[in-house]
Design a protein around this ligand. Structure first.
Ligand code: ATP
Length: 737
């Protein structure tokens, strides 16, 4: 790698764009460029342009107070620029052919408003990328790549940290330090992320635990509900199937009972009609008519008998009046009283009885009394009375006879009627018997019908009960939202595989779990996702932290080893060049590393210094680098104790040793030879010739010896009118390259 072209626009005194083209590499070495120019022409500005272009941050190094000071500030004739830009075009050809790019560019820009950017191959990059790239190319920005007059002082008077930094670059470990710092930044960021993730996890954990508990409850509830639902489905199916069967069976039974009932009703109707026929009005009217006639006859007979009795009484009274002599009056009175008693008895009896036989008996008894009265009357009657009374008696007798005849007639009539009635009664009895038998039969039917009705009623009650149960079940099904086609229930595999107790048990379990806010489900998922995300992030970070630590450890190893190795090499070469320059003597660098320094925190770069200055100072205090130089014939002394020239020569020997070991792509010599006398300058040129095998040199010099070995010469001048630097390529007359 070497610098192929340099373009500067608006940087410091370079108002207008200037282009410096560097010659191609030779077969066995890289090119060397010499730049000459009067004081104040802008030579240092050109070097600063290169170091600024490669990312220099130190305002002091850039001889500026503010970042924008690097932009052309304008003169009386030229207005100021708003942009400073430096383009560095590198070639990869010489050093390595397997690099990705044959050439690549680095561009840095800054605007007046302080906006700026870095580009590699025209793509924006970070400063860190440029630093890393240059470090990988062993371009010692801070140490050996720009060798100025003040280098001696810089090396000698620098602090321990600066020295360490110088040797980090010198030993080529800077790139690993950048990498390590990058890793440390990643570790710190990962630790921050891990910390944040762990805090978030800690916060989320109890909430998630509570949500999980509720979710588990909810899923248990759902699972039970599902089981309940399935059980209910089977249970309801079975119940409905059974109820439907029961209802169907009851309806069939009821229909059969109704058919049966109809049969009995038909029979009952038949028997009732038969009975009705027997209880016709006709029979009753005829019977009643004769009955009345019979009663009438009896009544009349009684009336006649009464009349007869009256006649007898009349006869008796007549007898009483006549037969006093033959019978005592008291006796007659007594007899008449008896007769009266009988008469009253008879009258009452006759009145109260319809019985013909009884009436006959009464009549017989009355006749006896009559005979007795006759006898009494005979006893009582005298001859005088006999005659007058005879007619009277005759008349009474005739009356009696008439009555007797009538009674006889009436008895006959009554007898006939009675005959009829008794005949009728027999007939009626038979009829009644028949009627009774029909009625009895009807009653039997009625009883059967009643029984059937009872049975039908029982069926109806059972049906109502079963249908109500069915309705209840159907309502339950609706309420439980169970999808069962209630109109078409298929027979379940096994009847009643599930009992209601199982269902109630599940319902109790659901009740026990209690109500859970359904919002929990919505809340749970994002919380769980966040928890999982944080958990996986935490473990990812932990894993990456482990691998980062491993990388850090490896880098530490590499830094340590390379530092030590290259430090030793530099030491040897320093001694060699010192001997060349001083024609003998010896020189060495002593590095005393603090044994108490914590390896993990031992970082030595700008980033770390910026951020951990105090801490770093503490830690690096004991890291000491001492340069010892022993010119021929003198005791080994600290470089500070040498003369100005000796210091400069010693520093050059050291820098050359570093260049020799690190082989930077290019080195800028900013009047590094100005302090050397001619003899020393030749020695220096000898070393340069050796070094340019691997390193391109750009030398700002007034020394003819140095110019002689250059491949190209540029001259910088300051245009006094515009105040801007100009550049021109000058022909070289020398041929000793
Ligand atoms: P010497 O040989 O004396 O060291 P030199 O060639 O190195 O001189 P420089 O220091 O590079 O000269 O250039 C200095 C010149 O650049 C000065 O004239 C200074 O005014 C000018 N200069 C510095 N910064 C700016 C700027 N921002 N804008 C314009 N001119 C600037």
């Amino acid at each position: 790698m070497h610098l192929k072209q340099l373009d500067i626009i608006g940087f410091k005194s370079f108002k207008n764009k200037i282009t410096l083209k560097f010659p191609q590499a030779k077969k066995d070495r890289l090119n060397m460029t010499a730049i000459i120019g009067p004081n104040g022409a802008g030579k240092s500005n050109l070097i600063e342009a290169i170091s600024w272009g490669l990312g220099e941050q130190s305002l002091k190094s850039l001889r500026s107070k503010k970042s924008e000071d690097v932009i052309f500030s304008g003169t009386k004739k030229k207005i100021r620029s708003n942009l400073a830009q430096v383009n560095l075009l590198f070639s990869n050809e010489y050093v390595s052919s397997d690099k990705k790019y044959k050439e690549f560019s680095i561009i840095r820009k800054i605007y007046r408003n302080n906006d700026g950017e870095y580009l590699i191959n025209n793509s924006p990059v970070r400063l860190h990328d440029i630093n890393l790239l240059m470090a990988e190319a062993n371009f010692g920005q801070k140490s050996y790549s720009i060798i100025s007059q003040g280098l001696t002082d810089k090396i000698i008077t620098s602090s321990s940290i600066e020295k360490k930094n110088f040797f980090d670059e010198a030993t080529g470990i800077k790139q690993y330090i950048y990498k390590k710092n990058q890793i440390l930044r990643k570790i710190n960021k990962s630790k921050d992320n891990l910390n944040q993730a762990e805090i978030a996890l800690k916060e989320i954990k109890p909430h998630l635990a509570s949500l999980t508990r509720q979710i588990n409850k909810l899923s248990r509830k759902k699972e039970i509900k599902m089981r309940l639902f399935n059980l209910q489905k089977i249970y309801y199916q079975e119940t409905l199937y059974r109820l439907n069967n029961e209802i169907k069976l009851l309806k069939e039974k009821r229909e059969l009972a109704k058919v049966e009932k109809k049969k009995f009703e038909e029979k009952l109707n038949k028997y009732r009609q038969e009975s009705k026929k027997l209880i016709s009005n006709k029979i009753n009217t005829e019977y009643e008519y004769n009955q009345e006639k019979y009663q009438e006859a009896l009544r009349k007979i009684n009336q006649y008998k009464e009349s007869k009795l009256k006649i007898t009484i009349k006869q008796s009274e007549a007898v009483n009046k006549k037969n006093n002599e033959s019978i005592t009056q008291a006796e007659v009175v007594k007899h008449i009283k008896d007769i009266k008693k009988y008469q009253e008895k008879f009258v009452i009896k006759i009145k109260n009885t319809n019985n013909v036989k009884e009436i006959d008996i009464i009549i017989i008894k009355a006749n006896n009394i009559l005979a007795k009265i006759k006898e009494l009357l005979n006893k009582m009657s005298g001859e005088n009375i006999k005659k007058s009374k005879k007619d009277y008696f005759k008349k009474l007798e005739e009356e009696r006879e008439t009555i007797n005849k009538k009674i006889e007639e009436l008895n006959k009539t009554a007898k006939n009627i009675n005959k009829f009635l008794s005949k009728f009664a027999t007939k009626e009895l038979n009829e009644r018997k028949k009627l009774f038998s029909w009625q009895e039969k009807a009653q039997v039917q009625q009883n059967v019908i009643n029984n059937i009705n009872n049975t039908i009623n029982e069926f109806n009650i059972s049906l109502a009960r079963e249908e109500t149960r069915k309705q209840v079940i159907e309502e339950d099904i609706r309420q439980e939202k169970i999808e069962i086609n209630t109109t078409n229930i298929v027979k379940p595999a096994n009847n009643y595989t599930i009992n209601i107790e199982q269902i109630n048990n599940l319902k109790r379990q659901i009740e026990l779990i209690g109500g859970i806010d359904t919002e929990v489900e919505k809340e749970y998922l994002p919380v769980k996702e966040r928890y999982d995300f944080l958990s996986s992030q935490t473990s990812d970070i932990k894993e990456s932290l482990i691998s980062l630590k491993k990388i850090e450890q490896k880098l530490d190893e590499k830094i340590k080893n390379k530092f030590q190795k290259n430090f030793d090499k530099i030491n040897q070469t320093f001694n060699k060049y010192f001997k060349i320059i001083f024609n003998g003597g010896s020189a060495k660098i002593i590095y005393t590393k603090s044994k108490t320094v914590n390896n993990n925190s031992k970082i030595n770069d700008e980033y770390y210094i910026k951020n951990h200055t105090e801490e770093k100072k503490e830690e690096t205090k004991k890291d000491e680098i001492e340069i010892l130089a022993n010119p021929p014939g003198k005791k080994i002394k600290n470089i500070q104790m040498l003369s100005g020239g000796e210091k400069a020569l010693s520093s050059l020997a050291l820098i050359c040793a570093i260049i020799s070991i690190n082989k930077p792509p290019f080195v800028i010599l900013d009047e590094a030879d100005s302090m050397l006398d001619q003899a020393n300058c030749l020695k220096f040129i000898k070393i340069l010739k050796e070094l340019r095998k691997y390193t391109q040199f750009i030398a700002i010099t007034h020394n003819q010896q140095t110019i002689k070995i250059a491949d190209i010469l540029y001259g910088i001048t300051m245009d006094p009118k515009s105040g801007a630097s100009k550049i021109m390529s000058l022909k070289l007359n020398y041929s000793s390259k």
